[in-house]
Design a protein around this ligand. Structure first.
Ligand SMILES: [Zn+2]
Length: 291
């Protein structure tokens, strides 16, 4: 029962996060004017503002001018609802729940901004870092130390990308990365780094397959057939089959990403841009839930 309440609260706040994302990017005020269609400027009626439900009822179109409503609206709302529910299952109604939802909501808002326009608001990013430090108030030194390491690592990466005259990392990423290192603290910085690289490769997988589908498919099929054969011979069991396959995919993607990066740097081409923040959001959520 409480779960349902928390889920609905997450949905409602999610639609507010949408307002924050879209209005911050367009430089509008958060409070005025009331929500309106970005195409025809018609104010939106209250019964068309119900999170997710309205989007489905309106079939994703404005009820006045018929222009498409951005799919990001229901996605952010749903993500927020599910996130609130998961955090509630983990922490119950407690101080920890509140601190974690604040930090995770800011991660979500910044991920939304970064995904849309590859830029984030520095003001919110600083709030995010503070909320990550505050979340670990009982062990704040560990958290602070993590943040400093994260900042230095990312700063060096940015210097490197500027040296290569190819800015594949934006200045905004430095804040996001510092925040997740503050969240994990110095003790867990390595675990978070591994998780983040895993999610980044999953995120980049469609780009890699599009570019290298022949070699990728060849590796994938040959490895899976060999593994399947070994499973049939009872050399490895099914659990191991999937674990190895996941690792093969991970290192395979990493290899192709590096190959693409080196190619692009050599040829002074625009680099394959994969926004960092969405993967950081998923990593942060997993970290908060499982550590
Ligand atoms: Zn409209």
């Amino acid at each position: 029962m409480y779960g349902l309440f928390v889920f609905v609260l997450g949905l409602i706040l999610g639609s507010f996060y949408n307002v924050v994302i879209f209005r911050t990017l367009s430089g509008e005020s958060l409070l005025f004017p009331a929500s309106h269609c970005p195409f025809c400027n018609t104010p939106i009626k209250w019964h068309h503002k119900i999170p997710v439900v309205s989007y489905i009822c309106l079939k994703g179109k404005c009820s006045y001018c018929g222009e498409k409503i951005d799919i990001q609206y229901p996605i952010i709302e749903l993500l927020s609802g599910v996130m609130f529910l998961l955090l509630f299952f983990k922490f119950g109604l407690s101080i920890a729940f509140m601190l974690n939802t604040v930090a995770m909501s800011l991660f979500l808002i910044l991920a939304g901004m970064d995904y849309r326009e590859q830029k984030i608001s520095t003001k919110y990013a600083l709030f995010l870092i503070l909320s990550c430090l505050f979340r670990n108030y009982s062990d704040i030194l560990n958290s602070l130390f993590g943040a400093i390491i994260g900042f230095i690592v990312m700063y060096l990466f940015i210097r490197l990308s500027k040296l290569a005259k190819n800015e594949f990392i934006g200045d905004g990423d430095i804040y996001i990365f510092t925040a997740i290192c503050a969240l994990a603290g110095f003790n867990h910085i390595l675990q978070v780094g591994v998780m983040l690289s895993l999610f980044l490769t999953i995120y980049a997988l469609p780009y890699i397959i599009k570019k290298y589908w022949l070699s990728y498919g060849f590796i994938w099929f040959s490895v899976s057939y060999i593994l399947l054969f070994l499973t049939k011979l009872s050399v490895i069991h099914t659990g191991m089959f999937f674990t190895i396959l996941i690792f093969v995919n991970f290192f395979c993607s990493l290899f192709f990403i590096l190959k693409r990066l080196i190619y692009d740097i050599r040829n002074r081409q625009n680099l394959l841009i994969v926004p960092l923040s969405p993967s950081v959001f998923i990593t942060a959520l997993c970290y908060v839930l499982f550590f």
